[in-house]
Design a protein around this ligand. Structure first.
Ligand code: CLF
Ligand code: SF4
Length: 482
């Protein structure tokens, strides 16, 4: 089985496979019929954010066309991109709708596995409706196979539902951090609605009301809605379970609880007042406590308003404005369809390989522990990246039957100009200290020894992540559990 030549995956997987069911949002819809499940699956199958499985294969592109915003979040500094859908401290180059459409046509040719155009900033897309919708119109006209995706704080969403529906925007994200305005008042100092600025709880009530109305309207219009929530310890961390219940009852499709990223140098209210973000463990605990109710997104990368590529990679610097404006559009529908057919064929083969061995269980004693493992991957569901080249590790929870993606840990890559950095290695070890092993395509002797000394085993392989994880688990329980 060989991955398609998309430039994203590079390593064949081996013949023999042991299967475990990876969880993700690919199989969403707890209450729908089988037929509905199938339709929903198709709608999200190539969306890297709505389907965890798809994010190994398909890419997204953001265009930064929306500069203004109509609210103030305490985790935002307006010098930078909207922190509801991107990392704080990042500035994107603002584009006109025409420049943005040109960028899409260039990149859709250069990266044919690009399936989604998102508008997520640098302010709020619906505070800039003409620029946002004009961009979508131009792209829909010239590149009809690209899915349109919008992310908003929700304040103006009820006003624009018809326009969203009309433009066939099938995926909308609302950032909802609270369903109790008392809690919201600690997050939002003001809201600007219909030419008037409302301070404190009065503004938060309007925001809450519009978010709920928008959510309901999306459901009625049959538009898939993801809700992003920023987890802010001591402010809304415990409250997020309630948020989860409410959004589920209003028809949200997927819930993405993201960590607050806060530092004084970002110049935000929370950064300057020392508000901390959650640890990976705290984040996972809240995600787990919501997971029984609805599908949770755990593979979000809090990407930039001009992000390009697979979720785990950032190719935005290859396509800065001076560069892409000098490139000719290469959008070619037939070529894109051919590449997508290759990816789908590979996905089918991957699925079949997993199913063929689904009945092979790892023998593990009762009450064997769940463990975490870290994986270096360039995509394709494979362990296929050198330890020294990884900029993040994907983390999976393994229990002998299931290999469950639970998140990623960003790191500085270890190889700097051919040499490993000791300080970087220490940070990497700290980032994956809760993992029993790290799976890599290759690793040098020095980092391997240091990882072993820190209690993290290394597994060198080119294989399916699920298979490698289960094989390791079997060995782990044999050695450690009596
Ligand atoms: Fe962009 Fe958002 Fe659409 Fe995805 S991102 S507008 S739904 S295409 Fe995805 Fe990026 Fe997380 Fe957003 S990883 S920040 S969830
Ligand atoms: Fe900043 Fe986005 Fe909040 Fe507006 S909605 S204040 S751009 S984080």
């Amino acid at each position: 089985m060989t991955p398609p030549s998309t430039g994203l995956v590079t390593s064949p997987i081996t013949e023999t496979t042991i299967e475990a069911k990876s969880s993700g949002c690919g199989g969403c819809s707890s209450s729908a019929t089988g037929e509905m499940d199938e339709k929903l699956q198709q709608r999200i199958a190539k969306h890297p954010c709505y389907s965890e499985e798809a994010h190994h294969h398909y890419a997204r592109l953001h265009v930064a066309v929306a500069p203004a915003c109509n609210i103030q979040c305490n985790y935002c500094n307006r010098k930078y991109d909207c922190a509801n859908e991107s990392r704080p401290g990042v500035v994107s180059e603002l584009l006109t709708p025409e420049e943005a459409a040109h960028k899409v046509l260039v990149i859709a040719g250069k990266i044919p596995q690009l399936t989604v155009l998102g508008i997520a900033g640098p302010g709020d897309p619906l505070a800039n409706p003409e620029r946002t919708f004009r961009t979508f119109e131009l792209v829909a006209e010239k590149a009809p196979d690209i899915k349109l995706c919008l992310s908003t704080n929700g304040l103006m969403l009820p006003e624009y539902i018809d326009r969203i529906k009309q433009l066939n925007i099938d995926h909308v994200t609302i950032t909802i951090n609270m369903v109790d305005p008392e809690i919201g008042a600690k997050i939002y100092p003001w809201v600007h609605y219909k030419r008037k600025r409302y301070r404190g709880i009065e503004g938060v009530r309007i925001l809450h009301e519009k978010q709920m109305e928008g959510l309901q309207a999306l459901k009625e219009a049959d538009i898939l809605c993801k809700v992003n929530s920023v987890m802010i310890p001591g402010i809304n961390d415990e409250h997020l379970v309630e948020v989860n219940k409410v959004i589920r009852s209003h028809g949200a499709f997927l819930h993405n609880i993201m960590p607050l990223i806060s530092a004084p140098e970002h110049g935000t209210h929370f950064g300057l007042t020392g508000q901390r973000g959650p640890t990976p463990k705290e984040l996972k605990a809240v995600q787990d406590s919501c997971a029984g109710n609805m599908k949770m997104m755990r593979h979000c990368r809090q990407c930039r308003a001009d992000a390009v590529g697979l979720l785990g990679e950032d190719r935005s610097q290859e396509f800065t404005k001076d560069k892409f404006m000098a490139m000719a559009p290469e959008y070619d529908l037939a070529q894109r369809q051919e590449v997508h057919a290759g990816i789908e064929k590979f996905r089918e083969e991957l699925k079949a390989a997993k199913q063929a061995v689904e009945t092979l269980h790892v023998t593990s004693p009762q009450n064997a522990p769940k463990i975490l493992v870290a994986v270096a991957t360039k995509g394709g569901g494979l362990v296929n990246q050198h330890f020294g080249h990884a900029k993040e590790f994907q983390v999976y929870e393994v229990d002998g039957k299931e290999v469950r993606f639970i998140g990623h840990r960003k790191i500085d890559h270890y190889c700097q100009g051919g040499y490993g950095e000791t300080a970087t290695l220490e940070n990497i070890i700290a980032a994956i200290a809760d993992c029993k092993a790290v799976f890599v395509a290759k690793i040098g002797d020095c980092p391997k020894e240091k990882l072993h000394a820190a209690g993290i085993q290394t597994v060198e392989t080119y294989d399916m992540i699920d298979k490698a994880a289960l094989e390791y688990y079997q060995q782990y329980v044999q050695e450690t559990v009596s």
